[in-house]
Design a protein around this ligand. Structure first.
Ligand code: OOG
Ligand code: MG
Length: 256
């Protein structure tokens, strides 16, 4: 029997110490996708024991651009904790990460509890606000390479999030231009349309998938919709931002 607790400790230690580990699938820990989600749960339990709190969930591989970049097609999700929150405009230290990348996203803030399969109307009904956002992902696996169970066990590469100004959820956010910039230069361009054709679908998918782990999306939880473009690697001294049409431009810098 595979000891899922032991694997949870391996991925959690790697994230905590920002050290790369070999892929589980290549180090004798061949686990199923279902087991990988259990490893994810157990690894986040360890964070809770250190005092972290659940603040929401993130969706992954909700755009073709991300699927193509990583060579994986299935939607995945991960858990977000308060320690992952980076204030808009703040500075991060690359030493706290293995090999961080950033990607342009939208964030949703939940108004009232939702769980399981919900309609588009129910999703909008439960939507308190929408904001432009950046996800900083950081796979704990060497060379940022993994298969589906590997990445899911590693909390779907969740690392940090930066959220811009919260806006009225009635704003039409189906097709907003997004541009990732580093030091004023555009490095990725896309549209929110890339996120499942309509980003509200990411909230619906999040509600459905979180329910498989018994998680209710509660008031004030955040749901990250997934990257609209491929992710871009960060280096010391970078000033990174996500320029979203009709929205504020969340940003952060990387300490030199
Ligand atoms: C997995 C996480 C994917 C997204 O927005 O698609 C993700 C990865 O690419 O490392 O966060
Ligand atoms: Mg993401």
């Amino acid at each position: 029997m595979t000891d899922l607790n032991a694997i949870a400790q391996i991925v959690d230690d790697a994230a905590f110490n920002a050290t790369a580990i070999p892929q589980l699938s290549e180090s004798g820990y061949a686990i199923s996708l279902q087991e990988a989600y259990e490893v994810q749960r157990l690894s986040i339990e360890r964070r809770f024991e250190r005092g972290e709190k659940l603040i929401g969930i993130k969706m992954g591989f909700t755009s073709k651009a991300k699927q193509v970049q990583m060579g994986l097609e299935d939607e995945i999700w991960g858990r977000l904790t308060d320690k992952m929150w980076i204030e808009n405009g703040a500075e991060i230290d690359i030493q706290d990460y293995v090999h961080p990348r950033f990607e342009p996203e939208l964030a949703f803030r939940i108004k009232h509890d939702i769980n399981g399969i919900i309609s588009r109307e129910e999703a909008f009904d439960a939507l308190d606000a929408v904001a432009p956002a950046i996800e900083i992902i950081d796979s704990r696996y060497t060379n940022f390479k993994f298969n589906l169970p590997d990445v899911v066990a590693d909390n779907s590469s969740s690392s940090s999030l930066v959220v811009g100004e919260w806006m009225d959820p009635n704003l039409d956010f189906r097709d907003l231009k997004m541009a990732l910039q580093v030091n004023g230069q555009t490095v990725q361009e896309g549209s929110s349309h890339a996120i499942l054709g309509d980003p509200i679908q990411a909230l619906m998918a999040g509600s459905r998938l979180a329910d498989t782990a018994g998680i209710v999306l509660k008031k004030d939880f955040i749901v990250m919709a997934g990257g609209a473009t491929a992710a871009h690697a960060l280096s010391k001294g970078d000033m990174a931002r996500n320029c979203v049409e009709f929205m504020s431009w969340p940003c952060f810098s990387v300490k030199s």
